[in-house]
Structures are given as C-alpha cells and as structure tokens.
Ligand binder design. Structure first.
Ligand code: SF4
Ligand code: SF4
Length: 305
C-alpha cells in the first residue's frame, strides 16, 4: 500500500504520509491513545469476568470523524503517542498476557499496513482472536488486506441518508462505503461461531447507534441489512447511548435518545429476527469512554517482538 499518496479509506485524501499527516491525522508510525483490558463491549467480546476483558488498542485519529464522537479527543483531536511497529506487536502480546479474551483493534483503518506488519511479527504467539472494531467507513479493497488476519469484525452501521451522513460526519457516501464493507466482512469470516465459554470466536457484530430524531433511518438500515445478508449470519448490537457533546445542526441531535425511539427500533429488529444485543437506557454513561491516558502504550523498557 503506497502511503506517499494514501487512498486507504474512502476519503482517498492522497496525503503523502512520509512527509506529514492525512486528513484522518495519521502519519507513518501507528499512534495509540490506550492499550488496556476493556469490559464495556458486548458480553461475547468482553466476557463477564471482572479480572479480564477485551484487549483494546485505541488508535488515534479516524477516517470518519463523527461530530458526536464520544472519543473525540482521540478521533478528532488525534491524542496519542507514536510507537514503532515492533512495539505495537509487543503491546498485542502484553494484552494477551494480561488475560485479554481477544485483541480488539479500535479504529485502525488508517494504520492497516502497520497493523498487518505487527500481526506478522507476532504470528504463532498471538493465540487469541483478532477483533477489528470499525466505524464502518472502509474500502473493500483495503479490507481485503485483512483477510486471514481478522477473526471478528465489529463494524458500525451508522446512517443511510446521505444528508445525515453529511451533517454528522461530512460523509454523504457513508452508507455506500459501509454497506459494501459489511458484505465484505461477512464474506471473509462467515456466520458467528460461539465458544462453549460464551465468547465469540469468529463472525460479524453489526453495531447500530440509534440517533435521536432518526428512527426512520434506523429502520431503513435494519431492513437493508436483513435483505442483504441472512439474519443468522450476523449479530446485531443495538445501542442507545447517544450523548450530545457539541452543538449539532439537526435539533434532535442535541438531546438524548428517548425510550420510545429506542424501543421502536428494537421492535423492528425483533420483527426482522435479528439476534444479538440491546442496551439498557440507563447506559448512556461515561463508563463507556475509558480514560485516554496512554495506558499500556509506553513500554517500561524497549519491548521488541
Ligand atoms: S486513511 Fe487517512 S491519510 Fe489515508 S486516505 Fe484516509 S484520511 Fe487520507
Ligand atoms: S467512526 Fe467511531 S471513532 Fe470514528 S469519529 Fe465516528 S464514532 Fe468516533
């Protein structure tokens, strides 16, 4: 992948990353905000043992850049520290040694070549499933690089209406990209495979955050998904924790989601026979946003793999 004219993500901004940063904030070295066990993913990803969790690596920057992002210091402001590819591989092994159920790569699209290089460095030693946790704004061609590396895809499916994508993330092409990306993810890893311990070993969990005032868009997305793939080939995680964090152009996006709106969309998911996860309305809380403080990023001494 030529990073002197980067076209990794649908932005295709053409940045020369050997000389500077792209629109997403990415340069040549992977930049991380946190690498630690995390207990706030779906139960089949985080487990229920409080001493364990998902081994999350939060990459800085994001190709999508949603205005409502709860991780905005990382995604929009690019908080983080650059590490070598060798250090990235060492971090993967450190999370495994801490008891991570899986390695959870959060918003890594802008660093795919570096992630693949790091995974190659730890091949044979990293025994846990690799989760690719994405906003869904991906190119099929780039996802193709991950075939054989990723066991579980955890994409968002955010909006269908181009105007909504434009208002929320300056991405009127969001659905076009995300819908193709999800089909590619399902093609690569197939239907969900759950271990006897209740942990997901392989498969795709599609996450949808219901947005205030936009339940009809949610309905259209769910009906598209149910028509595009057999519903038993994906798990659906229907999320309710939208929290306004900056003024939004659409009035409804400046409030929380109502119980009525969430239940309305959940009923459609049930009617369509999706399996997966819902979210209690009381969960619109800060616990979902971990402290971005470089935990696990800086090595005590030069760790190489
Ligand atoms: S990954 Fe970043 S640098 Fe590359 S095309 Fe997308 S926005 Fe530009
Ligand atoms: S895709 Fe996710 S990480 Fe990126 S800006 Fe949107 S909400 Fe934040």
């Amino acid at each position: 992948m030529d990073l002197t004219c980067c076209t990794l993500c649908p932005r295709e901004c053409g940045a020369d990353r050997t000389q500077g940063r792209g629109r997403c904030g990415a340069g040549m070295l992977p930049r991380l905000a946190r690498a630690a066990l995390h207990r706030w993913e779906e139960p089949c990803i985080s487990g229920t043992d409080p001493s364990r969790g998902s081994g999350t690596v939060f990459f800085s920057g994001c190709p999508l850049g949603c205005r409502f992002c709860q991780n905005h210091s990382v995604s929009l402001e690019n908080f983080g520290k650059e590490v070598s590819v060798s250090r990235l591989g060492a971090i993967f092994l450190e999370l495994q040694a801490q008891g991570a159920w899986n390695l959870n790569l959060v918003s890594a699209a802008q660093y795919l070549p570096q992630v693949i290089e790091a995974l190659d460095l730890v091949r044979g030693r990293l025994q846990i499933p690799v989760v690719y946790n994405s906003g869904g704004y991906e190119k099929v061609e780039s996802l193709g690089l991950l075939e054989g590396y990723v066991d579980i895809y955890l994409p968002d499916l955010k909006f269908m209406d181009p105007a909504l994508g434009a208002d929320c993330a300056d991405a009127p092409d969001y659905f076009e990209a995300a819908s193709a990306a999800i089909l590619e993810m399902v093609r690569q890893v197939g239907p969900p495979q759950m271990g006897a311990d209740g942990m997901l070993r392989r498969g795709v969990i599609v996450r949808h955050l219901v947005l205030p005032g936009e339940r009809r868009d949610s309905e259209r997305l769910l009906r598209w998904l149910a028509g595009a793939v057999p519903v038993e080939d994906v798990l659906l995680s229907l999320m309710s924790q939208y929290t306004p964090c900056r003024p939004m152009g659409r009035k409804a996006l400046n409030r929380r989601l109502s119980t009525f709106e969430y239940d309305w969309v959940r009923d459609i998911a049930q009617e369509l026979n999706f399996s997966g996860y819902g979210q209690e309305r009381s969960s619109a809380r800060e616990e979902y946003t971990p402290p971005f403080d470089l935990t696990g990023v800086e090595q005590k001494e030069e760790g190489s793999v």
